[in-house]
Ligand binder design. Sequence first.
Ligand code: IYR
Length: 226
Amino acid sequence: MKTSADTHVPLPRWQALPDTDMLARASAFADHLSTRRSVRQFSDKPVPRDIIEACVRAAGTSPSGANHQPWHFACVGSAEKKREIRLAAEAEEREFYAGRAGEEWLDALAPIGTDADKPYMETAPWLICIFAQRRGGVREGEDRKNYYIHESVGIATGLLIAACHEAGLATLVHTPNPMKFLNRICNRPETEKPFLILVAGHPADDAMVPRHALIKKPLEEIAGFL
Ligand code: IYR
């Protein structure tokens, strides 16, 4: 690996912890994340914009291909835009649930209880529409090829979900298919591909979550040590 004073700086502010602290912190983080639930009933209680900004800043720290940061977060809080997005998403979802999904997919979704009605897209204060950029670069105005776009945007989305949870915000990953309509509604260029919509807000007081979603695979099933 090539490093020089021109291109590199010493790793700043690295915190070395004793193993016992590392385990305690990793375990506490895992326990906290295990209380996250995908929520489909939201309260209309407002969430100040600066909270969303802080969560998106956390997402923006994500690693990405060649550090090109190939993402855009269109944070939709206006009632008119949320309504437009809801109506367009529901139109796609109606076709999905009426047959486009196919029997096997609908069968897999049955325990979650979802259908084509998405009222929460208007009730929740924020719809964070995440776009993946095919071209860009590190600096504003660059037009270079981006790399590992989906991996990068997926990782950033994971950090965004974790940041929202840490802030006390409930979220839902929503992926109407297709969702090309988002480019028009969010004024994003054709070179960007809608990745997903993250619904964010306070849960409704009477929010319910599917039992199905509580089944999490144990460590032995999801990890191997070699
Ligand atoms: N986008 C649809 C369907 C849907 C698909 C999957 I995979 C889910 O885990 C949940 C829903 C909807 O939002 O209803």
